[in-house]
Design a protein around this ligand. Sequence first.
Ligand SMILES: *[C@@H]1O[C@H](CO)[C@@H](O)[C@H](O)[C@H]1NC(C)=O
Ligand SMILES: *[C@@H]1O[C@H](CO)[C@@H](O)[C@H](O)[C@H]1NC(C)=O
Ligand SMILES: *[C@@H]1O[C@H](CO)[C@@H](O)[C@H](O)[C@H]1NC(C)=O
Ligand SMILES: *[C@@H]1O[C@H](CO)[C@@H](O)[C@H](O)[C@H]1NC(C)=O
Length: 376
Amino acid sequence: MALPPSSFFLLLFLSVGSSLLSSAAKLGEGCSANQDCDAGLRCDGCDGDLGVCVRIRPYEPRSKVRIRHYPFSIRNLGLWVGWFRFRANLGLECAQGKDLPFNKYSWLTTHNSFADAGAHSATGATLITFTNQHDNITSQLNNGVRGLMLDMYDFRNDIWLCHSTAVYQQPAINVLKEIETFLAANPSEVITIFIEDYVKSPSGLSKVFNASGLMKYWFPVDQMPKNGSDWPLLSKMIDQNHRLLVFTSVASKEASEGIAYEWNYVVENQYGDEGMTPGSCPSRAESSPMSTTLKSLVLMNYFRTNPSASSACHNNSAPLLDMLKTCHGLSANRWANFIAVDFYMKGDAPEAADVANGHMVCGCDNIAYCKASGKV
Ligand SMILES: *[C@@H]1O[C@H](CO)[C@@H](O)[C@H](O)[C@H]1NC(C)=O
Ligand SMILES: *[C@@H]1O[C@H](CO)[C@@H](O)[C@H](O)[C@H]1NC(C)=O
Ligand SMILES: *[C@@H]1O[C@H](CO)[C@@H](O)[C@H](O)[C@H]1NC(C)=O
Ligand SMILES: *[C@@H]1O[C@H](CO)[C@@H](O)[C@H](O)[C@H]1NC(C)=O
């Protein structure tokens, strides 16, 4: 039976249309704008090499989210090798691990999360200090960032985020409300805030968190494991709506305001240039040694003392992965739960979270292999 001419044009239209739709550039391919790249990718690059589709978002470590395969790229070689290795081992290598305690996941974390390039101080002052990130908190959360580092100060009878001790950026409530909006819209997500806390006003932090609407998500400090035991299952935290972890750098606020003192629960390595010496992973002054298993969360800082987007391009790739492995070895063979970087969109910071999650979730070298093997 001959197709009527109109069907022919319809088919032609459909095939042209679908080839246009599938023409988006894949990971590592050339581009001139974000829209040219596949979903989840961004048009960026290092060393003025703007024009390659790069990934900005870690893979979801939990659900059966379909990930894109890139059958013809070098990158994908590892994926297939991992898959065949998995098949060969009949599942022995990749142990089952769908619903784990919170401390068995790794989350991409932004250092000075609020200091984005487009920010203008709400005081009217020009932001002359360094920036640490490229986009705002809402955008970071939408891109899969789940750990935020915020510096908070008393200012103008309120709590403000501060860029340096000289420039007050904006009232903290603005950013806390962005976080509240995200948690409300994403009921299975958990966010951790690390406060570099300079707030001296009585109950200052409690008031601002209260006013932000975030208290309904608060993880109670008396339920945090104090002796290195596992955290609750991630699923249980979600069921109980305990989806916000807040840590302060001021020890006394744990008793006075019920805000967890970070280093009662977390070991953390040295930040800045000193923390980037290959082969070493010293703890920062306030933290117990990295190998202290009485604290069940591990935070790895990896950013320069003077933030630089072009350095981040290099630093957030192979050197970051090397440091992840170094810190794993020196933290009693524990993978970092929080991987804190500057300019998280530069280099391949999400890959570090994917590697840590791969090991913790299914015993593979990357969460992508766990997914390829159908184990998450
Ligand atoms: C965050 O950035 C996005 C993209 O630039 C913008 O659309 C949005 O309005 C910003 N949100 C806030 C709260 O600044
Ligand atoms: C928190 O907010 C509630 C009302 O939403 C108020 O009754 C309470 O006093 C506030 N607590 C603090 C510490 O500000
Ligand atoms: C650790 O503390 C938890 C409560 O936080 C308790 O249930 C558990 O028995 C303690 N484990 C050890 C080894 O002390
Ligand atoms: C970070 O990147 C800068 C710029 O490329 C480079 O000079 C520095 O050596 C890097 N640091 C590490 C530890 O890789």
